[in-house]
Design a binder for this molecule. Structure first.
Ligand code: TYC
Length: 102
């Protein structure tokens, strides 16, 4: 679409081609060895959950195999995954945390 002002200037409007940045889910996976209490502490520490919310999410992962901890831009999701995995390994737990695009 073009609009012409009185002095003859033509203004073209153009549809933006800029897409919003992709978002990533940070997902916790179940395993048979990581203690429930440790997972609750991880969710409180790295995902700012209350103890009640962290317990709900931990139990969902325990029963259903996986659960979403949060949704973030790529860099933040990458950092969360690295922090959780490093913390779990430091405590010698096999807890797995991955990210997937929404
Ligand atoms: N399944 C574990 C247990 O019974 C608890 C657990 C929950 C482990 C969530 C990992 O992401 C996890 N001790």
């Amino acid at each position: 679409m073009a609009t012409r002002s009185r002095d003859g200037t033509v203004l073209e409007t153009k549809k933006s081609k800029v897409k919003p940045p992709p978002l990533f889910k940070v997902v916790l996976l179940n395993d048979d060895y990581t203690p429930m209490e440790f997972v609750v502490v991880v969710l409180q520490t790295f995902f700012a959950m209350t103890r009640e919310k962290a317990t709900q999410v931990m139990l969902k992962v325990h029963r259903e195999g996986m659960g979403v901890c949060g949704v973030y831009p790529r860099d933040i999701a990458t950092t969360k995954v690295e922090q959780v995995v490093a913390y779990a390994r430091r405590h010698q737990h096999p807890l797995q945390c991955v990210m997937e695009e929404t």
